[in-house]
Design a protein around this ligand. Structure first.
Ligand code: NDP
Ligand SMILES: O=C(O)C1=N[C@H](C(=O)O)C[C@H](O)C1
Length: 271
């Protein structure tokens, strides 16, 4: 099969540049186009030069439609509003769309699900192998432990991150809730301040730390009487997310339309 022609949207962002470097090293994929927001200072510059791999003859553009029309897939780590728009364009072009963007509202997710009727879309709050494996372990632990074990999800990210809790923290919270066979929406405690009263039994708590250049750290704590089980993941480099995203695109290339997760791509099954 010919190399997969990929469009990187949000190409000049932290993940966009990491994706361009990762694609450059992966056989079977190539950067066919790079897109940024209209008005971005990056428009017109060569994406390879910006990513530090030298000129690759791909100038950053600001018009996604013609780029999507000539491509086989899109890698998208941007912002929710843009990802919803890109999902619509990927559906029109009938090409694979990999969405790593976090912070989507239920309405955004519904729009993406609608687009997935016409395109193979892989969406995940974390594209790394490690976090997806962790998610399966969390689900198993939650299934094995009763509500006497309080579940808390702790995360830390760099100072530039704009959404909280992180997409990964929510994914791990969902895994814990599904292991316990409860709905996360009815049990999540996403912030605490002031006189909160005692911890509601069975709740799943979230704690968010922000600072410095931390790539991404997550812990799921099962706190019982006299003991704690702590499951965690430390991301040391954004390349783990980028490699996962390219793997997802190559996997999605020949799939029929639908909304898929990294569990589908990696062949991991929930507890
Ligand atoms: N699922 C996963 O594995 C991972 C997910 N993420 C998520 O990916 C997202 C991006 O993270 P990060 O790279 O750190 O963020 P950045 O802000 O560095 O990058 C986002 C890029 O998207 C651009 N952008 C915004 N709107 C548009 C648009 N309409 N068209 C084209 N480009 C646009 C931004 O441009 P400008 O700055 O000019 O607005 C920016 O260059 C976040 O939601 C983050 O949580 C991150 C890492 C891993
Ligand atoms: O914004 C980030 O940087 C990251 N976002 C994702 C998230 O919200 O969980 C994944 C990763 O932790 C890095």
């Amino acid at each position: 099969m010919s190399d997969m022609n990929l469009v990187v949207v949000g190409a000049a962002g932290r993940m966009g540049l990491t994706l361009v470097r990762a694609i450059h090293q992966i056989e079977g994929a190539r950067v066919a186009a790079a897109i940024e927001r209209p008005g971005s200072e990056a428009v017109g510059r060569d994406i390879g030069e910006l990513a530090g791999i030298g000129n690759i003859g791909v100038a950053i553009g600001d018009d996604p439609l013609p780029a999507f029309a000539k491509a086989d897939g899109v890698l998208d780590f941007t912002v929710p509003k843009a990802s919803v728009e890109f999902a619509g364009y990927a559906a029109q072009a009938r090409i694979a769309h990999v969405i790593g963007t976090t912070g989507c509202s239920p309405e955004d997710d519904a729009a993406i699900e609608a687009a997935a009727r016409h395109a193979a879309i892989v969406k995940s709050g974390n594209m790394s192998l490690g976090v997806n494996l962790l998610s399966a372990l969390v689900s198993q632990a939650a299934k094995a432990l009763d509500a006497g074990f309080d579940i808390e999800v702790l995360e830390m990210h760099h100072r530039h991150k704009v959404d909280a809790p992180s997409g990964t923290a929510l994914m791990l919270g969902e895994a814990a809730a599904s292991g316990r066979k409860v709905d996360l929406r009815d049990n999540a405690v996403r912030s605490r301040d002031g006189h909160t009263g005692p911890r509601p039994q069975g709740s799943i708590g979230f704690a968010t730390l922000r600072g410095g250049s931390v790539v991404g750290e997550h812990q799921v704590i099962f706190a019982g009487e006299g003991e704690r089980i702590v499951l965690g993941h430390l991301a040391e480099d954004r390349t783990i997310f980028a490699r996962g995203a390219v793997k997802a695109a190559l996997w999605a290339r020949c799939r029929k339309p639908g909304l898929y997760s990294m569990f589908d791509v990696l062949g991991i099954s929930a507890a």
